[in-house]
Design a protein around this ligand. Structure first.
Ligand SMILES: Cc1cc2nc3c(=O)[nH]c(=O)nc-3n(C[C@H](O)[C@H](O)[C@H](O)COP(=O)(O)O)c2cc1C
Length: 368
């Protein structure tokens, strides 16, 4: 069987490039990076309740899929969550704000999974200050299952154009207890324009562009060998790679044809957005950021339960000097009284997308 369709390539920060190509179903199957997505099948298969909850936690959304977590098991009921100091985004996330949000997502997903198994988790964040572990989590009996846990395995960040179907009022109302939902056409258009300008600013700043390019994994073999970062795989992209149209040097060169095509398609994707979800905090310390991550994870799961797609678009929230203009614009629009916009996400109806790669739990355990 032959199929012909457009396929989108995720590049720096979630950018895309289009390729029209044809592939047989057999060839498609051979390009699935089975080893890299195995942790999605292994979740919940561990005997120790902490390992079991952690096997779900590591499927949490996190910036550039960096998976900066390391886990230490202490005694028979405690988890210490550490930040792997080699995993940082110094150019686009100089204060680890986004990475800390990712840790919040991890902690919330761990707690949800623990609840299903009958445990509640008592969590203290940065118990020894910012140089110590991100969190100490103690598992206790008496937890309850939260219905959101049922969506952990189907949750995604959907980096694709959304249909122009409006988000219905009933869904907006359901989501309003999780985040601010923006559907007003004029305001949506303003945000679209900021997200686009911000994406261009990140691409035009060589050191931020290269930070993303360095994290790209090209094709199945690279993705299986390093199941993190920005994964560029599948039969369509691998065909383009063989043709030399997608490569590390192409993605690094704003003058190349492949790069320019990526810009065009990312423009199309960013503009195919009928609504936004916004998370703000009054303060902006590490605890606020962890809380924002926990809230984002719950929002993402609630969207999944409603059949809605969510896609973080973080460029305009980044704290490097070349982004200051867009950072100011988005805060003028969405924040008051010195609030920080912690997360901004495209919201709408997108296509089904594949699971993203993960390192297995064993690669993240410091002991046990
Ligand atoms: C704090 C934070 C910021 C993120 N920013 C972006 C972004 O700007 N663009 C993007 O495409 N994805 C962004 N993501 C989504 C991650 O790329 C995604 O979670 C990761 O690749 C794993 O994929 P998954 O969420 O589908 O499991 C962000 C996620 C988090 C938690």
């Amino acid at each position: 069987m032959t199929v012909s369709r457009r396929k989108f390539l995720t590049i720096a920060g979630g950018g895309t490039i289009a390729a029209a190509t044809a592939a047989s179903a057999g060839f498609m199957n051979t390009r699935v990076p089975h080893r890299a997505i195995a942790p999605w099948q292994l979740a919940g298969s561990y005997g120790d309740p902490r390992k079991n909850a952690l096997s779900y936690a590591l499927l949490a959304p996190n910036p550039h899929n960096l998976q900066p977590w390391l886990v230490e098991l202490v005694g028979d009921d405690t988890v210490l969550l550490w930040h792997d100091s080699e995993k940082r985004l110094p150019e686009t996330d100089p204060f680890d704000r986004q990475l800390t949000i990712g840790f919040g997502c991890f902690l919330e997903q761990m707690a949800l999974a623990a609840g299903v198994a009958g445990y509640k988790v008592r969590t203290e964040v940065f118990p020894d200050g910012e140089k110590g572990p991100v969190a100490r989590a103690v598992f206790e009996t008496g937890g309850e299952a939260d219905p959101l846990a049922g969506y952990i395995l189907s949750r995604r960040s959907c980096k694709e154009p959304f249909s122009d179907t409006e988000v219905p009022d009933v869904a907006v109302r359901a989501l309003e207890s999780y985040a601010t939902i923006v559907t007003d056409e004029e305001r949506v258009e303003e945000i679209r324009s900021i997200t686009w300008d911000a994406w261009v600013a990140e691409m035009q700043t060589p050191r931020t562009l290269h930070e993303s390019v360095d994290l790209m994994r090209f094709g199945k073999a690279e993705i299986n060998a390093n199941p993190d970062g920005i994964d560029l795989g599948g039969p369509f992209l691998e065909t383009l790679m063989l043709a030399g149209l997608v490569s590390r040097s192409v993605q690094s060169d704003p003058e190349s044809r492949g790069f320019r095509e990526g810009v065009r398609i990312y423009d199309e994707m960013l503009h195919a957005t009928p609504a936004y979800a916004v998370l703000r905090t009054a303060g902006n310390d590490k605890a606020d950021q962890v809380r924002a991550g926990r809230d984002w994870l719950r929002l993402n799961l609630r969207c999944t339960s409603l059949g809605l797609s969510l896609h973080p678009v973080s460029q305009c929230l980044q704290e490097f000097p070349e982004m200051a203009l867009q950072y100011g614009r988005i805060h003028d629009l969405l924040a008051t009284n010195g609030e920080t916009v912690q997360m901004l996400g495209r919201l709408g109806y997108g296509p089904d997308v594949a699971q993203s790669p993960r390192w297995p739990l064993e690669a993240k355990l410091l002991n046990g």
